[in-house]
Design a protein around this ligand. Structure first.
Ligand SMILES: [Zn+2]
Ligand SMILES: [Zn+2]
Length: 175
């Protein structure tokens, strides 16, 4: 067949054997190798995408029954997202909520602390305003704990607080 081509002595016997029968055998072996590889691929792929053992076995069985053509259908019917994708989506969603809560907390905690006399920003544990020296905390006359100015009742001992005379600083507020 290929004897006239004067090929390398090792290649020559191989060429001599390439005939129709060889081609058919090669194609059949190739087909089976691809088939087995696809079965393994489907088995792995579906285990990432579905918890359901029944569905996993169903997909692999169809792959075995319907030859490699089934792989086209499988790609259409398999769950679009892998379980890893679903997990990371869920984590992202939860992080979004957490972020909102933290932002809310920051807003409410920082927004509240402004000096009632001069509107300067203050810290929640300040006793006196560093800008206008207005007193920011009172002492409960019953339990002597520090409470915020203007509170009508002590949150620690429930004692009603006497009304204090307003700060002189208030007059200067509109300057
Ligand atoms: Zn102030
Ligand atoms: Zn008290």
């Amino acid at each position: 067949m290929a004897n006239e081509w004067s090929l390398h002595p090792y290649i020559e016997p191989i060429w001599a054997n390439i005939n129709l029968e060889f081609m058919i055998k090669f194609s059949v072996i190739y087909f089976f190798v691809v088939w087995v590889a696809l079965i393994i691929w489907v088995a792995k792929d579906i285990s990432y995408r579905s918890h359901s053992r029944v569905f996993q076995i169903f997909c692999v069985l169809l792959m075995i029954l319907f030859t490699p053509l089934w792989v086209l259908l499988y790609i259409l019917i398999r769950p679009r997202k892998s379980m890893y994708d679903k997990c990371s989506d869920e984590i992202e969603w939860n992080l979004g909520i957490l972020n909102e809560i933290v932002q809310d907390h920051i807003e409410t905690t920082t927004a509240d602390y402004i000096c009632p006399s001069c509107d300067e920003e203050i810290q929640p544990d300040f006793i006196i305003c560093p800008s206008c020296k207005a007193s920011l905390k009172d002492t409960c006359h019953e339990c002597h704990k520090l409470i915020r100015e203007g509170w009508k009742v002590c949150p620690y001992c429930e004692t009603k607080q006497k009304k204090k005379k307003k700060n002189k600083d208030k007059k200067k507020k509109n300057d």
